[in-house]
Ligand binder design. Sequence first.
Ligand code: 13P
Length: 251
Amino acid sequence: MRRKLVAGNWKMYTTPEKAAALAKGIAEYVGQATDPQVIVFPPFTSLSSALIAVKGTAVAVGAQNMHWEDEGAFTGEVSGKMLLTLGCSYVILGHSERRQLFFETDMLVNQKLKKALSQNLSPIVCVGETLDQRDAGETMNVVQSQLLGSLDGVPADELRRTVIAYEPVWAIGTGRTASPHQAEQVHGYIRTVLRERYGAIVDDVLILYGGSVKPDNARELFGQPNIDGGLVGGASLTAESFNKIIAAARQ
Ligand code: 13P
């Protein structure tokens, strides 16, 4: 059985002080518990304080993005190697905000993914359709092409360490959640697409749902057969609501 995972994407929120307090509030609740696995993703400037705050607990810390080279003349960028050295174990790649606002393509996500995997950083690769694409009946095509493009050339043993997040763009920050049925349809499809390429190991791959996950809808979403947890934005910014979502993922 796949272990559930609950991840908090703090986006461009929290000062180092606020991040420490938030991480502490989550770490005190989680303690040594590993069901579900809990990861927080602060902005780069708050990674250190969050890492200190969760030390000695089962909560892991990751970054929201990384560059595909180890170092170089890339003003404003942070490499996976730097994140690893700091103590991060995860990285989010290809979030829809990066795809839409910073023009990240599947090819770029793929480059970053291969680098992250080669460094033993565990990636969470995001895919998801816009409202226009959904209305045009293109959801499955869009998700399939993002998935296969992002994972191009990634071998099966590395897929095992890769987490997929399905985040319909129209559900992010809008308060409009995909219904458990809508989400499960896409999650099931993602698993089918991956199975065609990778075979049975796909049963071990975690597929998270993201898009207005809240304490009051988490349990039903996480109860779907192919939804292995959540990538939570807004509701991960207070320990009170995030801890309730963690509780909803306990099996
Ligand atoms: P919200 O939970 O605020 O909709 O954000 C989802 C998200 O983008 C997580 O990566």
